[in-house]
Design a protein around this ligand. Structure first.
Ligand SMILES: Nc1ncnc2c1ncn2[C@@H]1O[C@H](COP(=O)(O)OP(=O)(O)OP(=O)(O)O)[C@@H](O)[C@H]1O
Ligand SMILES: [Mg+2]
Length: 592
């Protein structure tokens, strides 16, 4: 029987979600498809070869590319029709690979294995939800529950959840969507091989000792055991197992320069990025290098990236940063004021050992109603609702508004609280923040509307020419060589992809579909808002101009990045995987 609790039911949901992310990312990057009528149903028709098409009837059309499918998948060869499963259809698409030259057999099989792995993790996440809550409705109430509710993950990616290399017991411990939690492993490291760098204003030099002191007996034991001549270094236990055999590390262990001294009791929770850990008891979150491939990159941190965290902290303490914060009091940045790492025998920092330290604004008591944006926009597994829809329901009841008006009201607040500060950071201050759905945390007020923005992930921050001119006299670490001082066109492409295509288009689609409004009125609302910001007058209107006046926007090609097996983090030119898509904000202006 295929009941909502059966293995088959959950498996089908996971496969369908996997296919939706796969197809939607393909459609953004490949032009050979159309929407047409097939057997009286509206369907996406993808050209795979002359006279060969994949046919996917739609349950929801989307101007923004967030199509939803009915679950019927057909391969049409001439007049012959073949019904396929979701996985068979993806296999066929990869065999034809109409976007480029055919894939080598081995590459196709590897890719398919990655897709199956991703689907399996979605299945496990749904099963976990079913077992712990008795149903599949994601109803997070606080920060950590939101972080751990992303069962589907990146909605434009061919293998959004793939996490190869972890055994089942490791998946259960370290995966946010499986409600993972685990203890930190504490090392002591000889100061001669430890790097410790902080921002100018960071003065909490005893934070590790304080952390241990608040851990009760397990912390005290470590404090008693430690050699005061050594420095403390808490470690992600899996990462430590993964790297402790590396030549430099192993020799330090043999020479007694690194020693394992024990675990602390209180659990740490992996957040939605997997590599950043949260503990409501502690003042800081801990972001680690993790030698595992997630979406487009092996999740190693690099020195030039964690330097950006210190830099952002300095920028926010500068007059320019303070002015931005005072003009947009609803906005904040989760600063990363310190990092630690081990040096190799040449004195260079070993990327695999980096720990970046991030302020935690969501400690116990202040963690309620704070959600990563991706948790709000993610569809429930039955595609009948979402966390965002439940908020709009509440808003519509408490304010006696129709669902449609409540959705527009919510979006107006989203524009004020999330979009405006991030766009104005670029336009008036030259500060660029890579604010995609996973890097935006929103605090929701008791009536259900956005109240506060927390931007996280300083690795994805940069500066335009305006920012460089304003900040470089005081922030000496702003360095053209570090790779985050960008030409205007580059910065505008990245900011627009993250904040608009990735984040805001997902909000528009979710509100439009779930509240019966459609996407267009909300795209219009966004367009009007951008026009108003530009009319107000800004220092550098180039990003607003690009968003309003450019017929196309550049979109990050997650499909091609995965198929070609690029590691996004080590690409020489990050824009190499970006491709043009029609700009819906511009199109509405032309239609008038
Ligand atoms: N809509 C989305 N856009 C981008 N990434 C997403 C999205 N939804 C889920 N994710 C997941 O979130 C992670 C985003 O990676 P990113 O590099 O922004 O974060 P990070 O640097 O690893 O950590 P943190 O955000 O904690 O600083 C990836 O693992 C990706 O799969
Ligand atoms: Mg992130």
């Amino acid at each position: 029987m295929n009941s909502p609790t059966s293995h088959k039911y959950l498996n089908d949901l996971a496969s369908k979600a996997g296919l939706t992310c796969f197809i939607n990312s393909l459609l953004r990057e490949y032009r050979g498809w159309s929407v047409g009528i097939w057997q009286e149903k509206e369907a996406v028709l993808i050209d795979l070869a002359p006279d060969v098409q994949a046919v996917l009837p739609l349950s929801h059309h989307s101007q923004l590319g967030l199509f939803q499918y009915q679950g019927e998948y057909v391969l049409k060869k001439g007049k012959v029709l073949r019904a396929l499963s979701a996985l068979e259809l993806m296999d066929q698409i990869l065999r034809y690979a109409p976007w480029s030259k055919p894939l080598a057999e081995r590459d196709r099989e590897e890719l398919l294995a990655r897709i199956e792995n991703s689907n399996r993790i979605m299945f496990l996440a749904l099963r976990e939800q079913q077992e712990t809550c008795g149903n599949l409705e994601m109803k997070p109430e606080n920060f950590v529950q939101g972080e751990q509710s992303l069962w589907m993950g990146h909605n434009f990616h061919p293998a959004p959840k793939s996490r190869e290399g972890w055994e089942d017991h490791e998946l259960a411990l370290y995966s946010p969507e499986l409600n993972g939690k685990f203890a930190l492993l504490w090392l002591e490291v000889h100061p001669s091989i430890l790097v410790r760098k902080t921002s100018k204003s960071f003065s909490d030099h005893e934070w590790l000792v304080h952390m241990l002191a608040s851990e009760g007996a397990s912390g005290e034991t470590i404090l008693e055991k430690r050699d005061p001549n050594f420095s403390l270094l808490p470690f992600h236990p899996w990462q430590w197992q993964a790297i402790k055999k590396q030549v430099d590390i192993a020799s330090y262990v043999d020479d007694g320069l690194i020693r394992e001294i024990g675990e602390t009791d209180s659990p740490w929770f992996p957040t939605s990025s997997v590599r950043t850990l949260y503990n409501p008891k502690h003042k800081y979150m801990l972001k680690y290098s993790l030698n595992i491939m997630l979406t487009n990159s092996v999740r190693k941190l690099y020195e030039h990236e964690v330097d950006r965290g210190l830099q952002v902290d300095d920028v926010l303490q500068s007059d320019v940063g303070k002015k931005w914060l005072s003009e947009y009091p609803a906005a904040s940045v989760m600063g990363e004021p310190c990092y630690l790492a081990i040096k190799d025998h040449n004195g260079d920092l070993i990327p695999d050992t980096i720990l970046s330290v991030r302020y935690n604004p969501f400690s116990e008591g202040s963690d309620e109603r704070c959600f990563v944006l991706g948790a709000l926009t993610q569809a429930d597994s039955d595609e009948k609702g979402s966390l965002l829809k439940r908020m709009i329901d509440r808003l519509s009841k408490s304010r006696s508004l129709t669902l449609q008006s409540a959705a527009q009201e919510w979006f107006a607040h989203y524009l004020d609280v999330v979009v405006q500060p991030l766009l104005m950071a670029q336009a008036d201050f030259g500060i660029l923040m890579g604010a995609h759905q996973q890097n935006i945390v929103v605090k929701i007020d008791p009536t259900g509307i956005p109240e506060k923005l927390y931007f996280r992930d300083c690795q994805g921050t940069g500066y335009s020419k305006l920012g460089y001119d304003l900040l470089s006299p005081t922030i000496k670490s702003l360095d053209i060589e570090n790779g985050n001082i960008l030409q205007n066109n580059e910065g505008n492409i990245l900011l627009s992809y993250y904040l608009m295509i990735n984040a805001s288009f997902a909000v528009i689609n979710r509100l439009g579909v779930d509240c019966g409004l459609g996407e267009e009125p909300l795209i219009q609302q966004l367009r009007d808002y951008l026009l108003e910001l530009r009319e107000r007058g800004v220092q550098d209107s180039s990003c607003l101009d690009y968003l309003i006046d450019s017929a196309e926007l550049l979109n990050k090609g997650n499909f091609i990045c995965t198929v070609e097996q690029f590691n996004e983090n080590t690409l020489e030119n990050p824009l190499a995987i970006y491709q043009a898509i029609p700009n819906p904000i511009y199109q509405l202006g032309v239609q008038k």
